[in-house]
Write a protein that binds this ligand. Structure first.
Ligand code: ADP
Length: 258
C-alpha cells in the first residue's frame, strides 16, 4: 500500500549527481521495459550503481524481467529497493497482488512516483532509469517537478506508427522542459537464430527519422532476436543470460554512450 508522501525527501533534486533517464515510448509493446532492464544491467556492468524505477503503472514488467516478485522490506519508514542482477529495483508490481485492478488517475500517479522517488531508500546511485508508462500524460511533468534534471530516452520501433507517437511524447517532454538524451530504435531487424539472415520485419528508418525530426541522437538500433525475448520471459535479463546475442551487444553499445 502506498503511503501518504507529504514531506517526502527527493533524493534526485538539483544537487544530486545521479544521472536520471526517463525511458519513454509513444505506445506499448515497442520493448521499452526490455530495453530499460538490459540497459540497467549493462550500466551496472560498467561499474555504475544503478537503480530502476518501474513507473509503468498500467503494464509494469520490471519484476518479471528481473525475476523478482516479493514485497519490498520497509526500514525506518523507507522502502528498500530490491536487488537483482547488480541493480536495485522498485516497481508498483512489488506492491500489488498479481491481477489486482488499479485505476490510476493523474494525481495518484503523481503521488506514486513521488513516493517511489522520496520514500524509497535508493542509496547512492550513479544512474536511475525510470520506465515510464507508454504515451503521454502527467508523468513527464510530475518527473520534472521531482527530478528537474531528468532526461528522456525515447524507444521506438522502425515503424512509422511508433515513430510518430514517439515524436509526440518527445515534443511534450521537451515543451515541459525535459531534454531528450536520444532515440533508441528497437526491433530494428530480425536476426534469424538458425541462418543469421537479417530481415527488417518492422520496416526500417523509424529511429533515424525520429532522431532527425526531434533533433537528437540515434543512440542505437537493437535487432529483434530470440534471446532478448526468451530471457525476459525467464526472468533473467539477456545481458546476463545471453551476453553474445546481437541485441545484447547493441544494448551494451548504447549503455556506453550514455
Ligand atoms: P514495452 O515496455 O514497450 O511495452 P516490452 O519490453 O514489454 O515492451 O516488450 C514487448 C515484447 O517484445 C516482450 O515480449 C519482449 O520480450 C519483446 N521484445 C522487446 N524487444 C525485443 C527484441 N529486440 N527482440 C525480441 N523480442 C523483443
Amino acid at each position: 500500500r502506498l503511503r501518504g508522501g507529504r514531506g517526502s525527501r527527493h533524493p534526485f533534486g538539483r544537487e544530486s549527481s545521479t544521472l536520471v533517464y526517463a525511458v519513454g515510448s509513444g505506445k506499448g509493446g515497442v520493448g521499452k521495459s526490455t530495453v530499460t532492464a538490459n540497459l540497467a544491467v549493462a550500466l551496472a556492468r560498467q561499474g555504475k550503481r544503478v537503480g530502476v524505477l518501474d513507473a509503468d503503472v498500467w503494464g509494469w514488467s520490471i519484476p518479471q524481467l528481473f525475476g523478482v516478485r516479493r514485497p519490498p522490506v520497509a526500514l525506518k519508514g523507507l522502502m528498500l529497493p530490491l536487488p537483482a542482477h547488480g541493480v536495485v529495483l522498485m516497481s508498483v508490481g512489488f506492491l500489488l497482488e498479481h491481477d489486482e485492478p488499479v485505476v490510476w488517475r493523474g494525481p495518484m500517479l503523481h503521488k506514486a512516483i513521488e513516493q517511489f522517488l522520496g520514500d524509497v531508500h535508493w542509496g547512492e546511485l550513479d544512474v536511475l532509469l525510470i520506465d515510464l508508462p507508454p504515451g503521454t500524460g502527467d508523468v513527464a511533468l510530475t518527473l520534472l517537478e521531482l527530478v528537474p534534471d531528468a532526461q528522456l530516452l525515447v524507444v521506438t520501433t522502425p515503424q512509422p506508427a511508433a515513430q510518430h507517437v514517439a515524436a509526440r511524447v518527445a515534443r511534450m517532454a521537451r515543451d515541459a522542459g525535459m531534454p531528450v538524451a536520444g532515440v533508441i530504435e528497437n526491433m530494428s531487424t530480425h536476426v534469424c537464430s538458425s541462418c543469421d539472415a537479417h530481415t527488417p520485419l518492422f520496416g526500417a528508418g523509424g529511429g533515424e527519422r525520429l532522431a532527425a525530426d526531434i533533433e537528437t541522437a540515434l543512440l542505437g538500433q537493437i535487432p529483434l532476436d530470440l534471446p532478448l525475448r526468451s530471457s525476459g520471459d525467464l526472468g533473467v535479463p539477456a545481458m546476463v543470460a545471453s551476453p553474445d546475442a546481437a541485441s545484447v551487444v547493441e544494448v551494451g553499445r548504447i549503455a556506453a554512450r550514455l
